[in-house]
Design a protein around this ligand. Sequence first.
Ligand code: PLP
Length: 392
Amino acid sequence: MFNAKMMRLGEERSAIRELFEYGNRRKREIGEENVFDFSIGNPSVPAPACVGEEIGRLLAEVPPETLHGYTSAAGLYEARRAVADYLREKFGAPMSPDLIYMTCGAAASLAVVLGAALQRGDEVIVIAPFFPEYRVFIEAAGGVCVPVPAGERFHLDLGAIGRAVTERTRAIIVNSPNNPTGAVYGREEIAALSRLLEEKSRGKDPILLIADEPYRELVYGREVPFIPNFYGDTVVCYSFSKSLSLAGERIGYIAVSPRCSGAEDLFSAVCGAGRGFGFVCAPALFQRVVMRCLGQSSDVEEYRKNRDLLFGALTEYGYACSEPEGAFYLFVKSPEPDAKAFSERAKKYELLLVPSDSFGTEGYVRVSYCVPKKTIERSLPAFGRLMEEYRR
Ligand code: PLP
């Protein structure tokens, strides 16, 4: 009677959400301070001052009927222009306001771009482990999700990517800084990927590179290359959820590179997909806020302190993990092959760690360290005792 595909999606349990809900129940039972909830990627560092200041100024100065009214479907032109100017100045890329679409965070950006680009049966390469919603967005757009395992230290395995390309490959999603591994792809890596995609696109429609960038500013001394400067057929899906700690406000943008072949047609398709999915006129107040906060970010040093504390302690206890270069996740090898069993065992110590299976890779857990530092400090003895159980 109803759409079976959507019913299945609605009923399916997300491992992250399930653990998060379990954590909330447990906190009610034994007290918040006794649960070490590393399940979800909700920023723990407050938004930078510019966010509050700008909200205050807008509320005081702009009449409510303007402030809270509809904007154009693609967003306020001045917000789109501010984004394009910022990207041009910061990265020297020829971005245009006419190819920027304001959206509700990276999730909407990805769903819209995939809806715009895919025809039924088109394949989209994702690098495993990957953000689990990629599969949902790809399949909802009629595509086929093609996971390709990451290589050493979770960086790109170009050989594997090359072997995965077929006649049906329409796009690849690249997420750097990466959720869940913390990997940040360097210039040479992006340049090599670009050469590979150019070679594989020869004589057919170019493979679209979808750069999913909610963690762009959250890096620990690394450069995050701006991919449109390397590969022409790139669309950036950006979000302010993590950089400005505005996850609940649902604001971001799609930037189609003017170097995309058929850029204007692609942008028309983006507008069409936005319309078809109802992702029009992104939150108006926050379009105005973010256009004044471009280039700012929450205090990354807080996340760096958390990373150093957690990575240092866990490796000392004998856990295997590589040091995150960006984002706020640690991807830890499970001491037993079954990561779900490990995650269950961790619950005995009130440690909530997401098993990696839904990220398309087995045998790891994701630890979201966007939590107050004291939560990490208090959790360390539990991590130690958990490892001792495996040593015995
Ligand atoms: N892409 C990645 C890699 C993410 O980690 C997330 C959220 O955690 C998203 C997209 C969705 O972000 P948003 O909250 O902006 O929709």
